[in-house]
Design a protein around this ligand. Structure first.
Ligand SMILES: Cc1ncc(COP(=O)(O)O)c(C=O)c1O
Length: 374
């Protein structure tokens, strides 16, 4: 139940047993074309897709090196580990971040973003971490930001690493120029692949202003795909097969059903955990449907609790990052997550609490079960 890597269906694991192929062959071209087309379906976009053989950070870095030049002004809301890392990366590449800081667990009001656009000239881009994995906080007004960017001639870049496939993100409808994710989260495939979508305008910019990077130079990926349906460098072929199967599963379930399932499981988790005595870390209205973060109760030690629940009940939970270390625990409620995972996790949490001498306040299982049965 980690916020990545998440559980991977057997169909996806088995796909990795496919014998190796030449990445300069028709077999590969067929595979890559299919992956690109299915990624477009899941991203709800007709934009170009690049499939990087990297973890999510490779895509984060690609979104910066291909777009940000020295002294470019970039607006970015910062409220956790991943938005801080991203803002630092932009600065390291010579960009000038205009950071809209808000307390962890909260998002800035949209007016703050509008003000940043009004008060600064020549904004190159707005970068947003849609789901701040470190705190379980989702920016719920993402749909409105694309139009704001358009009206200011700025690119709109979305880090959707821990959320795409588990919550709404229609890339074209929301005018997202660059959107990326990683396969080990809500897509329920193994780690190692990071798909990115790039709008026509962003693509044109990248082709005209290529970065000095070799591996992450997206211009090369466009050229190889457009000319031959290939990647410029050797792709992780086994992972491509796995990702293809994960996409098949998503399309079979249907994106809408999948998002509903994530929402239902998240609601059951929040209500069940609240009944047990926990308070969600994120404020209402910003709570994630894929990463459930709650504050520890007094008397429960992070290390002891997570060790107990992992060894005795075989449930893996994540702790907090940085200043939240020891203060919160996080449940990855994404990918394959189902009623079974919710009930089993809540039962393990509830039993561990009793063993540690901090018994649950109410029966969280029946509260969660009511939600799941609706
Ligand atoms: C929002 C977000 N961005 C970026 C990353 C980095 O991804 P990776 O660890 O796959 O490199 C993560 C990882 O959890 C993340 O949650």
């Amino acid at each position: 139940m980690l916020p990545g890597p998440t559980n991977v269906p057997n169909r996806v694991i088995n796909a990795m047993l496919t014998p190796m192929i030449n990445h300069r062959s028709d077999d590969f071209r067929k595979l890559y074309k299919d992956i690109v087309s299915k990624t477009q379906t899941v991203f709800e976009t007709s934009n170009d897709i690049v499939v990087l053989t990297t973890s999510g950070t490779g895509a984060v870095e690609a979104s910066v090196v291909n777009l940000i030049k020295k002294d470019d002004n970039v607006i970015i809301p910062v409220n956790g580990e991943f938005s801080t890392r991203l803002a630092d990366l932009i600065d390291n590449y010579g960009g000038k971040t205009i950071r809209i800081n808000s307390p962890y667990g909260q998002n800035p009001p949209i007016e703050k973003i509008e003000e940043a656009f009004e008060n600064n000239s020549r904004i190159k881009a707005l970068y947003v971490v849609y789901n701040e994995t470190s705190t379980g906080t989702t920016l719920r007004y993402l749909s409105k930001l694309g139009d704001i960017c358009k009206s200011h001639g700025a690119f709109f870049v979305v880090d959707a690493v821990s959320i795409l496939g588990g919550d709404e993100l229609p890339v074209d409808k929301w005018n997202v120029d660059i959107c990326f994710t990683a396969t080990q989260k809500a897509l329920a495939a193994p780690p190692g692949i990071a798909p990115i979508s790039i709008s026509k305008e962003a693509k044109k910019y990248m082709i005209e202003n290529p970065p000095p990077s070799q591996y992450l130079n997206l211009k090369r990926y466009f050229k190889y795909y457009n000319e031959n349906y290939e990647t410029p460098f050797t792709p992780a072929i086994s992972l491509f097969y796995a990702y293809q199967e994960a996409l098949n599963i998503i399309i079979e379930e249907g994106l809408e059903n999948r998002i509903k399932r994530h929402t239902r499981c998240a609601n059951a988790f929040y209500s069940g955990l609240e009944a047990l005595g926990y308070t969600p870390f994120a404020e209402p209205g910003s709570r994630s449907n894929v990463v459930i973060a709650v504050k520890y109760l007094t008397g429960i030690d992070d290390k002891k609790f997570r060790e107990l629940i992992s060894t005795k009940f075989k449930v893996l939970l994540a702790g907090g990052f940085g200043e939240l270390k020891g203060k919160v625990f996080r449940v990855g409620s994404m990918g394959e997550v189902s009623s079974y995972h919710v009930m089993r996790t809540l039962s393990a949490i509830s039993s561990s609490m009793s063993i540690l001498g901090v018994p649950p306040i109410k029966d969280g299982l029946s509260v969660a079960n009511d939600i799941l049965s609706k």
